[in-house]
Design a protein around this ligand. Structure first.
Ligand SMILES: Nc1ncnc2c1ncn2[C@@H]1O[C@H](COP(=O)(O)OP(=O)(O)OP(=O)(O)O)[C@@H](O)[C@H]1O
Length: 252
């Protein structure tokens, strides 16, 4: 048995007559960066949503740190240490960057964010310092009092990452971290994610950009039409005839 942090065990999910996930069995090993790739409609988002409790599988289970999490609510799974960032920008545009990072820090400590949390509470200094630390970590220390709405797309992603890191996740799920970014922003995001990778944090990345996948992943799982068609090192996957066929036959 491997030291899997997350085990997706024999998961199936249909939407009406459409089989979005079939026979999915996947292990995410502690300390690795594991990419999930596949053509449009392959089932990547559905799989991620099953892992964070937003979608219930028809059969099968998700086991996190030895505990079955299937059936738990998304916020419970989040509290256990699975943090998802990106895809939809989930920042607070009217708040400053510092306040944005303080919100999940409060939520992590208190189990929920209280509207009056910014007003002098016992832990505010500690939480402020924690938020400042993670803003600096993603390179945004100089903008802590700036309103989040004014950030560039790349910097919004950095902010989201800080909001995820402040929760000190056991497993970080990155949903298309470079979608819609310029090559320059993509490369600086890769550098940032490499820095986080060097600390040994376990990460799952859903990504279309192969440059990002091959720059970061230790292991790659390829989905097509709801099934795992390949799983291996980036080199093994790159050379796989089945994978090449799936991509040539698909939208990419
Ligand atoms: N809530 C839903 N109701 C019905 N069908 C759905 C639902 N969510 C996803 N699907 C379908 O399930 C299949 C898998 O979708 P999913 O979004 O998981 O794929 P994906 O690999 O993330 O695609 P993309 O790369 O385009 O985001 C698709 O055919 C999609 O249309």
């Amino acid at each position: 048995m491997t030291n899997a942090v997350l085990h997706v065990a024999d998961v199936h999910k249909s939407f009406g007559g459409l089989r979005a996930l079939s026979d999915i069995d996947l292990q995410i090993v502690e300390g690795t960066t594991h990419a999930i790739i596949g053509p449009n409609g392959a089932g990547k988002s559905t799989l991620l949503n099953v892992c964070i409790g937003r979608i219930a599988p028809d059969t099968g289970a998700v086991v996190f740190d030895g505990e079955v999490i299937t059936g738990k609510r998304p916020h419970e799974i989040n509290q256990m240490g699975i943090v998802r960032v990106f895809q939809t920008p989930e920042i607070f545009p009217d708040l400053t960057l510092l306040q944005n990072v303080m919100v999940p820090a409060f939520a992590k400590r208190d189990g929920a964010f209280r509207l009056n949390a910014f007003r002098g509470t016992d832990g505010e200094t500690e939480i402020r310092e924690e938020a400042e630390h993670w803003l600096a970590d993603v390179g945004l220390a100089g903008y802590k009092d700036t309103q989040a709405a004014s950030l560039s797309r790349g910097d919004k992603r950095r902010l989201e990452l800080a909001m995820g890191l402040v929760q000190r996740p056991r497993l970080l799920l990155l949903d298309e971290p470079t979608a819609g970014m310029s090559r320059h922003d993509t490369n600086s995001t890769i550098d940032l994610l490499k820095k986080i990778k060097a600390r040994g944090m376990t990460k799952v990345i859903i990504e279309h950009d192969m440059h990002v996948v091959f720059s970061l992943a230790d292991r790659v799982t390829v989905l097509a039409q709801g099934r795992i068609i390949a799983d291996g090192t980036p080199e093994e996957v790159r050379r796989s005839a089945v994978v090449q066929e799936a991509y040539l036959g698909g939208a990419h």
